[in-house]
Design a protein. Structure first.
Length: 287
């Protein structure tokens, strides 16, 4: 049975689905230092390793017919030591890391507001509710001038985004084993997504190479320096690339947010607007 078409939430038709590529090159990559602690990284990766030890993580070229909700589709990005696992498969990421997902929504929404991209966040004339608890309160400095904030328990960035049709398109766990291939296309961008968030999971001393860099509007390459636990938030249509890892191991969590359903399929979905029936033929991106 073909998956049902996604129903666009009321009012979402008027909201942006992405930023124009030329305009995106004018935007910065925003670093959120220490988004995850070392203990949180260890817990995150331990949970993944546990799933792997249960036989539901690595080594599968496709989902098994009798797969449980923990089943994850994992495949090689390309020849060499670059592996990508799609943690959103069967709703595993949402079910396993709900607090992390909430915090990521909060972080990208606040950066979006501070930079005035207005891809996820409300306009300056709207009043928003932000939970003062946990990691949320540490990001108040990223709020844009003119955005009114009311602290409350009934709403959060994730709820606001989801009601406007903004959801997680993919949650990718990237593992680079040196020597690994690069992402060499200087004009690579996350097509048809709104905002991307990358979280570094390994210390920079654990690998050589693997530099994340952006092609700026003036045609210069701008490398980004970040450490374990740091997050990068950027407009998805901004050009970015990654140099090959020559030695060691580099691990990164990548989330793309788009105007579409929360995907549960084992790939980066390419379902077209407005129906975005994730899982239909032609909706997957081959690695």
């Amino acid at each position: 049975m073909a998956p049902a078409a996604w129903k666009v939430p009321e009012g979402a038709e008027q909201l942006p689905r992405f930023m124009d590529v030329d305009m995106a090159q004018q935007t910065p990559v925003v670093k959120v230092p220490g988004f995850l602690s070392l203990e949180e990284i260890q817990h995150f990766e331990h949970t993944i390793c546990t799933a792997r030890s249960e036989g539901v993580f690595f080594g599968q070229s496709s989902l098994m017919a009798n797969a449980s909700i923990l089943s994850l589709f994992c495949r090689r990005r390309s020849r060499g030591g670059w592996h990508v696992c799609y943690l959103q498969t069967s709703g595993w990421f949402r079910a396993t890391f709900p607090d992390l997902k909430r915090r990521m929504f909060e972080a990208v929404s606040r950066v979006d507001a501070e930079q005035q991209w207005h891809l996820l966040s409300p306009t300056k004339t709207e009043v928003v509710n932000v939970s003062p608890s946990g990691k949320d309160s540490e990001l108040t400095g990223l709020l844009a001038d003119g955005v009114q904030v009311q602290f409350g328990e009934q709403d959060c960035a994730q709820t606001r985004c989801e009601t406007r049709g903004c959801n997680v398109r993919c949650a990718e766990y990237h593992v680079h084993f040196g020597p690994s291939p690069a992402l060499p296309d200087l004009h690579h961008h996350d097509t048809d997504s709104l905002v991307t968030m990358d979280i570094m999971l390994t210390d920079s001393s654990d690998f050589q190479g693997g530099v994340f860099q952006t092609l700026e509007a003036d045609s210069t390459m701008k490398p980004v320096t970040w450490s374990a636990g740091d997050a990068l938030v950027f407009v998805s249509h901004k050009y970015h690339s990654v140099q090959k890892v020559s030695a060691g191991e580099r691990r990164v969590l990548v989330l793309e947010f788009w105007r579409g359903p929360e995907c549960r399929c084992p790939h980066r979905c390419l379902a077209e607007w407005p129906h975005r029936a994730c899982g239909r033929k032609g909706s997957s991106e081959e690695a």
